[in-house]
Design a protein around this ligand. Structure first.
Ligand SMILES: Cc1ncc(COP(=O)(O)O)c(C=O)c1O
Length: 415
């Protein structure tokens, strides 16, 4: 007989990691290396930007030389006021498009935590949250595991690049079968790398207001924008966010610093900030990390230079991978942001089914030793799409991976 709680058993019995992540961790210890392991594993399934990791680590090492002893002690669990002031100034200037006050920010250990705590404040167990798909897969565990919310996908069709319409939002909300309390909208989108424009965001905002629900804008890729369409933050649409609009950001993606665990909530709803404050004790960001990141974002010239270099390297990496995809005749959804492109491998499926998508993913892993994120994991509503993350490995590894993918697809006889 178990001595653990029912809650513990719910977690123990719930599905572990997604299949592609289990495969990733099984293979990650033997990565591709041109001279010692030329047939090694190449992970194109993790949304990380490692292109400038050494550059950033060098900057942080500089700030780490003088860390005040005050970081050792307790401070506010939603981030010290000093850090939130530095962040407010930086975020306002760098991407929010207007001034936000430190009191409107809450800092906790990553965007996933921000989402979990924020939605604890916005919806009760069993209530619904609309999520347009394709989507970041982690929203499901983030909002289901402890908040016990019901995620309602708003499926966008592949034709025309997965457009989202207010008619689809209405249909999803009306057919949800549970009271829907919020819409969770990601811009730039993961996995599409799509930057939504001012008019599109205005339409989302107007729709949410008409339906009387909260809208949470996940802007975690706000600075990782390198294409034709420039980033527009929800904060810049109006002079005030009001009580029902909230923004999520983190250092995880734009600074490639997912391991530092630092996420930020922007909300003008002081009761929401108060709820997050009461829960933040269990998931605070370390004082040491706050200090280093605070120094970084306050160092205007240095941080702006780093962001410029980061964007240039992403632009270059994206152009590189898409040129290779074009050479192989693989269609993809053009991206303006993020670290990924959605590739259309529908014509290589044996049938338009999830089983056939899984079989193709399996072949790519087994025969090419390359791991792509299957579309099903990104909640794409149609089988045959794969997310390819191109910023976590060097360009040479991209070339090898795509040559191997080309071989596997070539053997399928459908090239
Ligand atoms: C859209 C989106 N939101 C949130 C997260 C979670 O970020 P964090 O590592 O800061 O919890 C991710 C991570 O991939 C993401 O892509």
């Amino acid at each position: 007989m178990s001595t653990l709680s029912r809650r513990a058993h719910t977690l123990i019995d719930s599905p572990a990691l997604a299949g592609y992540l289990i495969e990733h961790f099984a293979r990650a210890g033997e990565p591709w290396e041109p001279s010692t392991r030329p047939d090694g594993y190449i992970a194109l399934c993790i949304a990380e930007n490692k292109l400038l990791a050494d550059d950033l680590a060098g900057l942080l090492a500089g700030y780490a030389r003088h860390v005040p002893a005050t970081v050792l002690g307790y401070d506010m669990m939603i981030g010290s006021l000093a850090f939130r002031e530095q962040l407010a100034a930086f975020m306002s200037r760098a991407f929010l498009g207007r001034a936000i006050a430190a009191e409107q920010l809450a800092v906790v250990a990553g965007a996933g935590v921000v989402l979990e705590l924020l939605f604890y404040a916005l919806a009760d167990e069993g209530e619904g949250v609309l999520v347009p798909t394709p989507s970041y897969a982690g929203f499901w565990p983030d909002l289901q595991l402890r908040d016990r919310l019901s995620l309602v996908p708003v499926d966008c069709p592949s034709a025309g690049g997965f457009p989202l319409t207010t008619a689809a939002l209405d249909a999803a909300m009306d057919g949800a079968g549970v009271p829907v309390r919020a819409l969770l909208f990601t811009t730039p989108n993961n996995p599409l790398g799509r930057v939504y424009q001012r008019e599109e965001l205005r339409a989302i905002l107007a729709w949410s207001e008409r339906r009387g629900i909260h809208v949470v804008f996940d802007e975690i890729y706000a600075l990782s924008v390198f294409g034709e369409r420039s980033f527009v933050s929800a904060a810049s649409l109006r002079p005030s966010l009001g009580e029902q609009v909230h923004i999520v950001w983190a250092f995880s993606k734009d600074f490639g610093a997912s391991g530092l665990r630092c996420g930020v909530l922007v909300s003008e709803n002081q009761r929401v900030i108060q709820v997050v404050d009461q829960l933040a004790y269990w998931s605070a960001c370390s004082g040491h990390t706050q200090h280093l990141l605070g120094q970084l974002v306050a160092d205007t010239e240095v941080v702006d230079g780093w962001i410029d270099r980061m964007r240039a390297s992403l632009r270059h990496a994206c152009a590189h991978v898409t040129a290779r995809l074009e050479a192989l005749g693989i269609p993809y959804v053009p991206a303006d942001a993020g670290f990924f492109v959605v590739c259309d491998l529908r014509r290589y499926l044996d049938a338009p089914t999830w089983a056939a998508e899984h079989a193709l993913w399996r072949r790519l892993v087994d025969e090419a030793n390359v791991n792509l994120t299957p579309g099903q994991a990104c909640r794409i509503s149609e089988p045959g799409f794969f997310r390819l993350c191109y910023a976590a490995v060097p360009a040479a590894a991209i070339d090898v991976a795509l040559a191997r993918i080309g071989d596997v697809l070539g053997r399928s006889g459908r090239a």
